[in-house]
Ligand binder design. Structure first.
Ligand SMILES: N[C@@H](CCC(=O)N[C@@H](CS)C(=O)NCC(=O)O)C(=O)O
Length: 193
């Protein structure tokens, strides 16, 4: 059985949701970022990590990609145009959503206080709003890259939830409706309940 190291309120949520969607059994090892529990398997202290047999895989998107390819769900097959578009969306979300949310988080709570830039959060919020507006204009649905749910959807919805919790500007209505529908999926509710 897979072991997932992390907490619900971290990027580990992405991995847990993917495992539920793929119908794979797993065990959660409650490991806070930088804790001894995570450092035992990832010396950087970053969550999530996935244990598959004797192997440890780090990085939420790398883990989701591995699981999706291995179990043949939440992804288009490698080497197809559909997969290239899915990967482009995944990287767009990492650049435009995850990166700005993470920069704001670091300047608010993680960097040494004397290195925190007072204006960093405002800049990240502004950039996030532009990116959300762009994504909203491109969005056709029902999923981000068309008719098939992929790991890009999990990444997007987790980032939209993170943005809401961090009091970032609300995303446009069509993305809010999309995220609401995604959060109603049985696999999502199985993780949060
Ligand atoms: N790109 C990595 C980022 C992992 C990451 O930064 N995780 C945060 C928690 S969500 C963490 O462990 N932070 C601790 C630190 O930066 O020291 C991923 O997607 O897994």
């Amino acid at each position: 059985m897979y072991k997932v190291y992390g907490t619900l309120r971290s990027r580990a949520f992405r991995v847990l949701w993917a495992l539920e969607e793929l119908g794979q059994p797993y065990e959660v090892i409650e490991a806070a970022p930088r804790s001894d529990e995570i450092r035992a398997v990832n010396r950087w202290g970053k969550v999530p990590a996935l244990q598959d047999g004797d192997d440890i895989i780090t990085d939420s998107v790398a883990i989701m990609t591995y699981l999706a390819d291995k179990h043949g769900g939440l992804t288009h097959p490698a080497g197809t145009i559909a997969r290239a578009k899915q990967d482009a969306m995944t990287h767009r979300l990492l650049d435009e959503f995850d990166a700005v949310l993470w920069t704001a988080t670091r300047h608010a709570a993680i960097l040494p206080p004397d290195l925190r830039a007072p204006d960093a959060t405002a800049a990240c919020k502004w950039e996030f709003e532009q990116s959300a507006n762009n994504l909203s204009e491109d969005f056709v649905g029902p999923f981000l890259t068309g008719d098939v749910m992929t790991i890009a959807d999990i990444l997007a919805v987790q980032c939209i939830s993170w943005a809401r919790a961090a009091e970032f500007p609300p995303v446009p209505q069509n993305l809010r409706d999309y995220a609401k529908e995604m959060r109603a999926r049985p696999a999502f509710t199985a993780v949060v309940s």
